[in-house]
Design a binder for this molecule. Structure first.
Ligand code: PLP
Length: 376
């Protein structure tokens, strides 16, 4: 019987070579030569000022520190997201105001954001679900009008754009992930993107335990000491070596992912609506980075049938987020508003296997099973 996992990291000879080179080189802690080369590669990709972090979760925690978020501050964010988008701000004692997703896609709805803005709103956190850009024109207008910061959780959004601008570079701060479920990976890893130069200097300090050690290593000061709050957010250069290889292979990896995405789209997009199922919608401002191929089922029982049926055929498909506003931790703090679109995506989204080493034939096979199960 076939066995198709949901995800599998793509590791080539270059990853092995760079990791070996790093280990033999003797500089294994953070901000070594491989980290520097990653920062240069990100700059060449148009991502501007960046800092490699141990995870996207950590990059998001850094955004909360950089914005001086604290008790009394309100943060507007989607309910349909990963816990890290919320934890970063909950950890600082902020009040979380969860906004609903849109009807067309799981991204946060600008109308829902607008309804939640108060004089205490400190930041809007947008999450580009499946690497598809949120409505950054309207959200940007709202933020400017009210003087509110934008944090982009662009964890899934490498190599994706809003009207030509890389996701993560549009807001005041952005965060990318290199967890091994993402398009390119270092196992665990992340990136902080900082638009403002002064904020970048502070970000360097926060990332190095609240010290000006980065300036010291550049020879700008002759001693380094404790100048701000901070933590240890920088990854080992061994992980940067792995990541650099992935960055150098990004076109190959993305090419494969896009091909597989197209196989699914051709096989399914026009056929699943007969069963009340639909594929993702792409707004005209957004690109598709083939992070995810998902279906929106008609209801929860149909999704369960699909996941169970695929599992019986040896294929791993996955549901996704559970609305955070009604989570076991948060429900007692939620203000009671219903968020029907977030709950709908909680019940109905199913993600199909998508990784660079998946063959076209396997993707075809998955699509055939999907149609067989839906029509049964
Ligand atoms: C993966 C993901 C994260 C967390 O990334 P890590 O690097 O694992 O910390 C945060 N937000 C979203 C939307 C994600 O998809």
């Amino acid at each position: 019987m076939t066995s198709i996992p949901f995800n599998k990291p793509s590791v080539g000879q270059r990853e092995l070579d760079y990791v070996a080179e790093c280990l033999r080189g003797g500089k294994h802690s953070g901000d070594g030569p491989f980290t520097r080369r990653c920062h240069e590669a990100f700059r060449a990709m148009g991502l501007g000022r960046t800092l490699l972090t141990t995870s996207c979760t950590d990059a998001l925690e850094m955004t909360a520190l950089l914005l001086d978020v604290g008790p009394g501050d309100e943060i507007i964010l989607p309910s349909f997201t990963f816990v890290s988008s919320a934890n970063a701000f909950a950890l600082r004692g902020a009040t979380l105001r969860f906004a609903d997703s849109g009807i067309d896609d799981p991204n946060i709805s600008p109308e829902a954001i607008e309804a939640l803005i108060t004089p205490r709103t400190k930041a809007i956190v947008v999450v580009h679900y499946a690497g598809v850009a949120c409505d950054m024109d309207r959200i940007g207008d709202l933020a400017r009008h009210h003087g509110i910061a934008i944090v982009e959780d662009a964890a899934q959004a490498i190599d994706s754009y809003h009207r030509g601008r890389p996701l993560g570079t549009i807001g005041d701060l952005g965060a990318l992930s290199f967890h091994d479920t993402k398009n390119i990976s270092s196992g665990e890893g992340g990136l902080l993107l900082v638009r403002d130069e002064a904020m970048q200097q502070r970000a360097e300090i926060i990332r190095e335990k609240g010290t000006n050690r980065s300036a010291f290593f550049r020879g700008e000061v002759d001693k380094y000491g404790w100048v701000d709050v901070g933590s240890s957010f920088l990854p080992s250069d061994v992980l940067a070596a792995y990541l650099l290889a992935q960055l150098e292979r990004i076109e190959e990896i993305q090419g494969r992912r896009r091909t597989i995405w197209d196989v699914y789209d051709r096989a399914l997009a026009s056929r699943v609506d007969a069963y009340g199922v639909r594929t993702a919608r792409l707004p005209d401002w957004a690109t598709n980075n083939a992070h995810m191929f998902y279906l929106v089922c008609a209801d929860l029982p149909q999704r369960q049938r699909l996941i169970d049926g695929l599992r019986a055929a040896g294929i791993s498909a996955a549901s996704h987020y559970l609305s955070l506003h009604s989570s076991p931790y948060f429900h007692r703090f939620h203000d009671g508003r219903s968020l029907p679109n977030s709950d709908h995506y909680t019940d109905t989204i199913v993600r199909l296997p998508l990784f660079a080493d998946l063959t076209d034939a396997q993707a075809d096979q998955v699509a055939t099973h999907v149609l067989d199960i839906l029509s049964a």
